[in-house]
Write a protein that binds this ligand. Structure first.
Ligand code: NCD
Ligand code: ZN
Length: 335
């Protein structure tokens, strides 16, 4: 049995830089026609020059003409309309991080005051630049995303022409918000469709499943699954694959992030098949994103076959999701 996906897209990806970039870019390039690349490097990508040189390093590392990195800038409250106009041809979106809520988000926005930031959001609306948001407060860890809901509502109502993407949603409450406001969209990760907090801390602690936002309750996962499996037009696949070296994960003070790039399509095929929804995978991993971001990716076709394989225990010094476990679908070829 085989499954062919046309131009799969990963709309939330951390590719890092330096040696890590050189080691991991190929995993996304092998399976995807393009990816929305997150700007949370150290220092973050906040100007066109560093964005273009980062893009070049990504293209070199990916070494695949059919893989397009869709670049993002790290939101700064001093961006001007003039700067945004100059940046527009080079970017697919701008990513807003509240200060300090996740890996490398220092330098993010201290306070998301929609009135003070109105000029930027208005310029982005005019220029049709989507705003991607890491929607968490710094409250109690299980409530952070829910508490951020009021900010999503303020953004959605104050800037009705702004395309707002709620990144890596994890709660039922977020799925309800999404339905309520026309200009809200969302990405959903693989891991949040598969795990709950129980998998992270309910038994023996699993640092490789520790990420921001943390996985939530069973009913939250159900709500996410419903959107993804039915290929709701407002949701897109965004792996949030976020590699950290093994010493940063298996230690006291474990870094947040799940590395899923090498197994993403295999595990998605298994999940969609299990729920008898394989025919909806194409929309979830490509069509919805193409429509929403108005993208024309390469015509890359990825064929998966129903063939068991064991996920390696690590790729260089990064441990992937499903390490040492068997997956039922394997990427066979790309053209
Ligand atoms: C991401 C990272 O490591 O860059 N970590 C994570 O847990 N998801 C940052 C992010 O997307 O929050
Ligand atoms: Zn991320």
């Amino acid at each position: 049995m085989e499954l062919t996906l046309n131009s799969p897209l990963d709309m939330h990806l951390h590719l890092r830089d330096g040696e890590m970039l050189k080691n991991i870019a190929k995993f996304s390039a092998q399976e995807f026609a393009g990816a929305l690349v997150m700007p949370n490097l150290v220092p973050p990508i906040t100007n066109i020059e560093s964005l273009l040189s980062y893009k070049k390093r990504i293209l070199d590392a990916a070494n695949d003409n059919d893989f397009k990195p869709y670049m993002t800038l790290f939101f700064k409250s001093d961006y001007t309309a003039d700067f945004l106009e100059k940046a527009k041809p080079h970017i697919a979106a701008i990513k807003l991080y509240p200060n300090g809520v996740t890996t490398n988000s220092e330098g993010g926005v201290e306070q998301i005051d929609t009135k003070k930031l109105a000029l930027i959001f208005e310029a982005m609306s005019e220029l049709d630049i989507p705003l991607c948001v890491h929607g968490e407060t710094n409250g109690f860890v299980m409530d952070r995303e829910k508490e951020f809901g009021v900010i999503y509502e303020q953004l959605a109502t104050s800037f009705p022409k702004l395309t707002i993407i709620m990144e890596h949603i994890t709660t039922q409450a977020s799925t309800e918000l999404l339905e309520r406001y026309e200009n809200l969209y969302a990405t959903i990760t693989l891991h949040h469709l598969l795990i709950t907090l129980d998998d992270v801390v309910g038994g023996l602690l699993n640092p490789h499943l520790f990420c921001k936002p943390i996985a939530k309750r069973y009913e939250d996962r159900e709500a996410l699954l419903k959107l993804a499996l039915n290929a709701n037009k407002k949701v897109m696949f965004g792996s949030d694959s976020a590699p950290h070296t093994i010493d940063k994960k298996e230690c006291c003070g474990c870094a947040a992030g799940v590395f899923s790039a090498p197994i993403a399509l295999s595990a998605l095929a298994e999940l969609f098949e299990k729920h008898n929804k394989l025919t909806n995978l194409q929309a979830f991993v490509s069509n919805n994103a193409k429509n929403m971001y108005k993208l024309t990716p390469s015509k890359k076709k990825i064929t998966l076959e129903k063939k068991e394989w064991i996920v390696p225990s690590s790729y260089d010094d990064v441990v992937p999701m499903f390490a040492n476990q068997t997956l039922k679908w394997k990427v066979k070829s790309k053209i």
